[in-house]
Design a protein around this ligand. Structure first.
Ligand code: UD1
Length: 363
């Protein structure tokens, strides 16, 4: 069995790492294609080094652009890479443009697609990621889900039972793997984060592209920073919007993007996290840290029903909610968020490949 992993953007990398590691342990031939959707060292290469992923075998260097332009570049360049590589499976992760683009190319060339993190739905098509999720899941031949509600959703959408396999959350594998070395970064110590601090991340177009909304977000974060340290490692999209709109923080401590172990060092002891990231909703649930998500919906409802996540729809309430912090000490870790999901991904692929061989060889 030969696997071709496709990654492109920052949240893909902690998902690839444990699957690749489990693939190496199983002696499977693997090729990593980086589309180049994210390209700055701080958004990409650094994560490969920190997560111990070998440098990509192929980089398509598509760079930034409109959704159509970026997706089109990935489609065109990935087709050539796929024809050259001839894998048995294309492994796609999460919900970024690279995920959808690679699925389209592989499906049309008749190469099997496996989607890691299948079945998540926000039911909000204003989110580009929702469109990526829908198309990827429709096309994928094997749908590996992080939670049981995701499996249920795929069944409800009519996906055949034999294509759906619950494997748990691969990102939690990376979290457990990296946590022991997070303190070595001394990030919390350097920034004097003493457990009363709040960590913020914000990058969704719905929060940062509309000037009125971004102004309201800045105001709400400044309000929290009256009482406690608030650190905000900023995604390049957010810093660009802040600059364009002439906005700046007074009390909130804005930083350049930080690395993965540094982020874990900041988050694990935090009073709370305020975010619009999908990954942080899950990481805070795995760590038992309260998370306030500035969105109207989430494709990860298990972080609310079982974990520590709360959706905040009215920004005016954020500072009070963070002060009261009702989720502190509550929540539990969902099933399969146990550090072994990468191994289950490889096991599911081996089983599906064996079943395919049986079908091919049947009389
Ligand atoms: C992408 C994903 C989003 C994910 C996010 C995580 C899609 C549709 N969106 O959004 O799901 O949550 O990544 O970060 O796939 N930029 C840089 N350096 C980089 C990459 C981007 O400066 O290495 C800047 C560019 O100005 C670019 C902007 O950030 O235009 C946005 O990047 P883009 O990849 O288009 O979308 P993200 O907002 O990062």
């Amino acid at each position: 069995m030969k696997l071709l992993h496709v990654v492109g953007a920052r949240p893909n990398f902690p998902k690839l790492a444990p699957v690749h590691r489990a693939g190496v342990a199983a002696g499977i031939e693997q090729v990593v294609v980086h589309t180049g959707q994210h390209y700055d060292d701080a958004m990409s290469d650094r994560f490969f080094r920190e997560l111990g992923i070998p440098a990509p075998d192929i980089n398509l260097e598509v760079g930034s652009g409109s959704h159509a332009a970026q997706t089109a570049r990935i489609i065109e360049r990935f087709e050539a890479a796929l024809l050259d590589t001839q894998p048995d499976w294309v492994v796609v992760y999460g919900d970024v443009n690279s995920t959808m683009a690679a699925s389209i190319v592989a499906s049309k060339l008749g190469v099997k697609v496996v989607h890691v993190e299948a079945g998540l739905r926000s039911d909000d098509r204003a989110m580009p990621e929702e469109i990526n999720r829908l198309i990827t899941d429709r096309l994928a031949d094997l749908l590996l889900t992080p939670s049981h509600d995701a499996s249920e959703r795929l069944r409800a959408e009519g996906e055949p039972e034999h294509e759906i396999v619950f494997v748990g959350n691969v990102m939690v594998d990376s979290l457990f793997h990296t946590l022991p070395i997070a303190a070595d970064t001394k990030f919390a110590e350097r920034h004097k984060l003493d457990g009363t601090h709040v960590v913020v991340t914000m990058h969704r177009p719905s929060n940062v592209d509309d000037p009125e909304r971004l102004r309201a977000v800045v105001k709400a974060l400044e309000e929290i920073a009256r009482d406690r340290t608030v650190i905000f490692p900023m995604h390049p999209r957010t810093s660009a919007r802040m600059r364009e709109m002439g906005l700046a923080f007074e009390r909130v401590r804005a930083l350049d993007p930080i690395g993965y172990p540094e982020m874990l060092d900041a988050v694990r002891g935090a009073w709370a996290v305020v975010t619009d990231s999908g990954g942080l909703q899950e990481e805070t649930t795995a760590l038992g840290v309260p998370c306030f998500t500035l969105r109207d919906n989430t494709e990860r409802p298990v972080t609310i029903t079982e974990g520590t996540n709360v959706l905040v729809k009215d920004l005016g309430t954020l500072a009070d909610l963070v002060k009261v912090n009702a989720m502190r000490g509550k929540g539990s870790r969902p099933e399969g968020w146990d550090g072994k999901a990468g191994e289950r991904v490889i096991a599911a692929l081996q089983k599906a490949s064996a079943e395919l061989r049986e079908v091919v060889h049947a009389p």
